[in-house]
Write a protein that binds this ligand. Sequence first.
Ligand code: PLP
Length: 396
Amino acid sequence: MEFATKTIHAGQPSEPETGSLIAPIFQTSTYEQESPGHDKGFNYSRTNNPTRQRLETVLADLEGVAHAALFASGLAAENAVLQAYLRPGDEIVISLDVYGGTYRILNKVFQPLGVTVTQLDASDLTKLEKAISERTRLVWIETPTNPRLLVYDIAAICKIAHARSTLVVVDNTFATPYFQQPFELGADIVVHSVTKYLGGHSDTIQGAALAKDPSIFEPIKFLQNATGAVPSPFDCWLTLRGLKTLELRMQRHEANAIAIANALKDHPLVQRVYFPGLSEHPGHEIARRQMSGFGGMVSFELNGTEEEVVSFVSSRKYFTLGESLGGVKALVCHPATMTHASIPAEARAELGLLDTLIRLSPGCENAKDLVADLLEGLERLSEQRVSRKAVAASAD
Ligand SMILES: *Cc1c(COP(=O)(O)O)cnc(C)c1O
C-alpha cells in the first residue's frame, strides 16, 4: 500500500456494526465484560480504546513498524521513552538545537534524578563517538532540527551508537514519515509531537512513541498504561481525520517553504535563511540522501534590531504569531523569547540561536499570499528606517 493510501485505509475499515464509513468516536471509559476477565479486547480506556487503537495502527504503518503508543502530548511520549531507558548514573547524548521542551525535561527533570546529559553537535561524528561511554543508554537526535533546520546523518549516527550498544531515538516531528523514514535508516525509537504535522490542524495536543523491536517497544507501552498520560478518544479521532490528508498537506507545506526560502534568501534585510532545500544549507546533501523532501519549515535571521524583529513577527497578515507549527494555518514564532526561552541566553548563544532568528511555519495557504505578507513586512521595516533617518537628520 502506498503512503497516501495508508493514511486513509490502514487500520481504518468501516465500522462493522453499522457500516459507518468513518468509525465513531468511542467515547467510553470502560467496557462490558461477559464474565470476569473475559472482554472483547478492551477493558479500560487508559489501557486501550478502539479510536486510539485505530490511530496507533495507522501511525505504526506509516513509520513502517508494527507498534505505536499514543500519548497526551509529544513531551509525554518523550517522558515515557526517557523513563523506560534512563536510570540514575546513566547518560544520554543529545544533539544541539533540540526542541526547547526536550532540553527542559532532560535538564530539569532527568538530570536532578542523576542522569548525565551531554549536548553536542551531532554532525561532528568523531565528537559523537567519543561522547558515547558505556554509561550512555540513549543518543537522541532531532532532524531537521528546531529551529535552525540542521540535518543530522541518521544512518551514520546509528552505526556509531549501535557499535556501542546504545539505542538511537529520532524525533521525526519536523520531517514526518512522509519525508523521512528513520527506522529504515537504523533508528531504534521514533518520537513525534503529533500536535504538529500529523494532526495538522492546530486543534489537538498529542504525542507518539514507536519502536521497531518489540522488546524495545514493550517498556514504553507498559509506561503508557502505568503512568497514564493518554490522549482522549476525541483527540485521537481528530488526528485520524487530519492524517488522511498528510501527503497533500506536506506537499503544499513544502512547496510554500520553497517559495518563501527563495523569496527571502537574497533580500538585503535577511541575514541568512535556514531551509534544507537550499543548496547552501549545511545539511543539504544529507537531506537529499535521507529525506524524500525538505519539509515545510523555514527560519531566517533578520538583518535588524530586536525591536524590528518584534515588530515584524507581531504584524503579519497571514502568519499568526504563536507557538507550535505544522498546521494548515501559517504561524510565525520568535524562538529566543517563545519556544526556546527555557534555554538560558548563554546556552542559546553557544548553540548559535540568535535573538534575530524568526521561525516560519507556512500553512496550506497560497504561496503568493504568504510570500507577499513577508516581503511587505520587510518593506515596511525599510521604510521605517528611512523615516527614522530623516527624523534624526532633521534633529541634527
Ligand atoms: C512540539 C514539539 C515537541 C513536543 O510536543 P508537544 O506535543 O508540544 O508536547 C517535541 N519535539 C518537537 C520537534 C516539537 O516540535
